[in-house]
Write a protein that binds this ligand. Structure first.
Ligand code: WT7
Length: 654
C-alpha cells in the first residue's frame, strides 16, 4: 500500500451517532448545576476553584495562595490547614446530621449493617487511636488490603484523621502485588481481614497477607477484621484483631490539622513496565474536586440514596464511595459481593430495597447485564432511579441505550464520566440538567477543565477529527507525582507534548464539539495506513442484536500492516455459526465502511479482563498473533485466556 502516513488523520473518525437526548424540563428545573458554571470557570479558573475551596472545605487555617504552578508540579491552596476526616464526618455531626445514614452496607450472604455519620465518626476515632497505638503518625503510610466491608472506609478515614497516607491494595491482588506496593510505599502497618464473600464462597485474604509480610520489613504490625469467623492463624506480637485493638479504644480522637498539600493517599496503577506507579494524591485540592464533581455530576441532593458499585480498591471507590460522598454528607449503599449472586438480579433487588436514586457503574457491568437479557431488571421496581453514571471505559451506544431504557426507564439522564486514577476526579462529563447527551460520548470538559484533541505535533485537530487527548491547565485533584520518582512523572505524562498533560487516550471531537473517547492510543490499529480505534468497531459489533460484547485488536498482516481481529460474545440464547460470523462482518462494513470489516472474527464465551473490568487487549493481541502470553498477573480470571486460546486456531478468515 503506497499511503503517505503524514496525509492521514491521527485517528480516523468512523462512527457517527445521530441520536440525542436533551435533559427533561422537569430534571433541568430542579438540577443543582446550571450552564453558568462554564462561563464562571472560563472567566477565571483559579478564582472559580478558590471560591469553591472557601465554600466547600472547613479550614482550620484558611489558605493564602490558590495555585503555585511550576510545570508539571502543582500546589493548590497553600498556607491552608484542614483535616479530611473532619470534613467528611465531624462537621456533619456538629450541624445535626449525626443520625443521617452514611452507609447502608449489604454483605453478599445477605447480612446488612447501617452506619450513621455518628457511628462512622466513633469507629474512625477508635481505629485512629489503634493506629496510633501501633506507632502511626502524621506523614506515615498505612497499607489496606480488605474486602468491601465498612471497616475499609473506616480504615481510610482513620489514616486521614492522623495525617497518615493510606495505600489501598485491591483485595483481588496477589501476595506479590501486595508486598511490592507495601515496599514501595514503606508502609508501617497493614490493615486487612481474614477474607470476604464472593460468588457464594468465602475467599481468604490473610494467607496472602502473611505471604506478603515475609518480605516487607517496614511493617510493624497488622490489624485484622474478622469477617468470616472461621478462625485463622495470627502471628503473636504482629497481628491484632480489629475487634480487640480497635474496640477497646476511646471514641474521641482529635483530627490532626495538615497542610493542603499533605499526601492523603497513594494508589498504584500498572504502567507499561513491570513496576507499578504510586500515584500521589494530596488533601485539599483532591477533596474539593471530588466533592464538587460528586455533587454536580450526579445532581446529588440531601435525600438521595447514592450507589457507586465500584470497588474501593480503585480510584472510583476512593473518590466516589468515600471522599466525595462523605464530604457531601450523602447516604450511600455499599455492596460486598458479585452481581450474579444469588442471581443476575441482585443489583436490581438492592435498588428496589433501598430505593437507590443514583447508580454509578462500569460499562463492563452493563454489558454483562445486557447479555443476561431484560427480564432480570424487569422483575424489579427501579422507579427510584433518577441519575445513571458510567465510568472506566468508553460505553458503546447500544449499551448506553440498554442502560437508559432498561435501568433508567427511559427517563434518567446518563452521565458518561471520563477520568483517570491520575486525575483524581471526573474531568469530562455531561451536567445532567444542562447537557444534551449523545449515546457513547462523554460530551464536554467539566467547568474549569481545559481539554484538547491534538495531532502528533501537538496542534489542535479541527472538529470532526481524531487525535490525542491532552489537558492544558492544572486542576485541583491532579496527581502530584509518582511516589519517589519525579523523573518518571515528568516523562510519563508531560513529555510527549511539551506543556501539556497527555492522558494516553485517543479521542475525537465531532462537528458539534462533543468528545468521544477512543481508548488507549496503544490500542489504536493501523490498517493500510488508516489509524483506526478499536472502540468504534466494537461498538458497531455490539450494535448488532445478537452481540453482547466485543473486543477488537490488530493482527499483523503482510498486505495491510495490521488486520482487524474481533472477539465476540453473543447474547444469551444466540448460537455461534459461520453464517452469523459473515453477517457480523458485513454489519460492521455496513455501519462503518469496508475498511473496518474484521478480517478475522472469533466467538468466545468470555474475554480476559483486568480486575477493574478493562479488556486486556495486550493478551488478545498475543492470542491473535499466536504468541506466548505476556504478563497475566492483573488478569481477573486466568482461565479465560486458555478457553480463548484453545479456540483461536479455529478463527474465521476471509
Ligand atoms: C482510563 C483510566 C476513572 C476511574 C476508573 C478508571 C478509561 C475511564 C472512561 C470513559 C472512556 C474511559 C480511559 C482512562 N476511561 N473512564 N468514561 N470513557 N474511557 O481509572 O484505571 O486510572 O483508568 O480508563 O482509558 O485513561 P483508571
Amino acid at each position: 500500500m503506497s499511503v503517505d502516513p503524514s496525509s492521514r488523520p491521527e485517528i480516523e473518525n468512523l462512527l457517527a451517532e445521530a441520536r440525542t437526548f436533551p435533559p427533561s424540563a422537569e430534571f433541568s428545573a430542579q438540577a443543582t448545576a446550571t450552564a453558568d458554571l462554564y462561563a464562571e470557570a472560563e472567566a477565571d479558573f483559579e478564582a472559580f476553584w478558590a471560591k469553591r475551596a472557601h465554600e466547600r472545605i472547613s479550614w482550620f487555617t484558611p489558605f493564602e495562595t490558590t495555585l503555585e504552578w511550576d510545570l508539571p508540579f502543582a500546589k493548590w491552596f497553600t498556607g491552608g490547614e484542614l483535616n479530611v476526616s473532619y470534613n467528611c464526618l465531624d462537621r456533619h455531626v456538629e450541624r445535626g446530621l449525626g443520625d443521617k445514614v452514611a452507609y447502608h452496607w449489604i454483605g453478599e450472604p445477605g447480612d446488612t449493617r447501617t452506619l450513621t455519620y455518628r457511628d462512622l465518626l466513633g469507629e474512625v476515632c477508635r481505629a485512629a487511636n489503634a493506629l496510633r497505638e501501633l506507632g502511626v503518625q502524621k506523614g506515615d503510610r498505612v497499607a489496606i488490603y480488605m474486602p468491601m466491608i465498612p471497616e475499609l472506609p473506616v480504615a481510610m478515614l482513620a489514616c486521614a484523621r492522623l495525617g497518615a497516607a493510606h495505600t489501598v491494595i485491591f483485595g483481588g491482588f496477589s501476595a506479590e502485588a501486595l508486598s511490592d506496593r507495601i515496599n514501595d510505599a514503606q508502609a508501617k502497618v497493614l490493615i486487612t481481614a481474614d477474607g470476604g464473600w464472593r460468588r457464594g464462597k468465602p475467599v481468604g485474604l490473610k494467607h496472602h497477607a502473611d505471604e506478603a509480610l515475609a518480605s516487607t520489613p517496614s511493617i510493624n504490625g497488622t490489624i485484622v477484621v474478622d469477617r468470616l469467623g472461621g478462625g485463622i492463624h495470627m502471628v503473636e506480637g504482629r497481628d491484632h484483631w480489629w475487634h480487640e485493638i480497635v474496640a477497646r479504644q476511646s471514641d474521641v480522637c482529635p483530627p490532626v490539622p495538615v497542610e493542603s498539600e499533605q499526601m492523603l493517599y497513594l494508589l498504584y496503577t500498572s504502567g507499561t513496565t513491570a513496576k507499578p506507579k504510586g500515584i500521589v494524591h494530596t488533601s485539599a485540592g483532591y477533596l474539593l474536586q471530588a466533592s464538587f464533581t460528586h455533587e454536580v455530576v450526579f445532581d446529588v441532593k440531601p435525600d438521595d440514596v447514592y450507589w457507586c458499585a465500584a470497588d474501593i480498591g480503585w480510584v472510583t471507590g476512593h473518590s466516589y464511595i468515600v471522599y466525595g460522598p462523605l464530604a457531601n454528607a450523602t447516604t450511600g449503599v455499599m455492596y460486598e459481593g458479585a452481581p450474579d449472586t444469588p442471581d443476575w438480579d441482585r443489583w436490581w433487588q438492592i435498588v428496589e430495597d433501598y430505593k437507590v436514586s443514583i447508580l454509578y457503574c462500569a460499562p463492563t457491568a452493563i454489558r454483562a447485564f445486557m447479555k443476561q437479557g431484560e427480564t432480570y431488571p424487569a422483575k424489579h421496581d427501579l422507579s427510584s432511579l433518577r441519575v445513571l453514571g458510567s465510568v472506566g471505559e468508553p460505553i458503546n451506544p447500544e449499551a448506553w441505550l440498554w442502560y437508559h431504557d432498561n435501568i433508567g426507564g427511559g427517563r434518567a439522564p446518563i452521565v458518561d464520566t471520563w477520568w483517570q486514577t491520575e486525575t483524581g476526579a471526573i474531568l469530562i462529563s455531561p451536567l445532567p440538567g444542562v447537557t444534551t447527551t449523545k449515546p457513547g460520548s462523554a460530551t464536554f470538559p467539566m467547568p474549569g477543565i481545559a481539554v484538547d484533541v491534538v495531532d502528533a505535533k501537538g496542534d489542535s485537530v479541527p472538529l470532526g477529527g481524531g487525535g490525542y487527548l491532552v489537558l492544558k491547565r492544572p486542576w485541583p485533584s491532579m496527581l502530584r507525582g509518582i511516589y519517589g520518582d519525579p523523573d518518571r512523572y515528568r516523562s510519563t505524562y508531560w513529555s510527549r507534548f511539551p506543556g501539556m498533560y497527555f492522558a494516553g487516550d485517543g479521542a475525537k471531537r465531532d462537528l458539534d464539539g462533543y468528545l468521544w473517547l477512543l481508548g488507549r492510543v496503544d490500542d489504536v490499529m493501523n490498517i493500510a495506513g488508516h489509524r483506526i480505534s478499536t472502540i468504534e468497531i466494537e461498538s458497531a459489533l455490539v450494535d448488532h442484536k445478537s452481540v453482547a460484547e466485543a473486543a477488537v485488536v490488530g493482527k499483523s498482516d503482510d498486505i495491510t500492516g495490521q488486520a482487524i481481529f474481533a472477539f465476540v460474545i453473543l447474547r444469551a440464547g444466540q448460537e455461534p455459526s459461520d453464517a452469523l460470523a459473515v453477517q457480523l462482518r458485513e454489519h460492521v462494513a455496513y455501519v462503518i465502511g469496508p475498511i473496518a470489516r474484521p478480517k478475522y472474527l472469533m466467538f468466545t464465551p468470555d474475554l480476559p479482563k483486568t480486575r477493574s473490568g478493562k479488556i486486556m487487549r495486550r493478551l488478545l493481541r498475543d492470542i491473535a498473533e499466536g504468541r506466548v502470553l505476556g504478563d497475566t498477573t492483573t488478569l481477573a480470571d486466568a482461565n479465560v485466556v486458555d478457553v480463548i486460546r484453545d479456540k483461536s486456531g479455529s478463527a474465521e478468515e476471509d
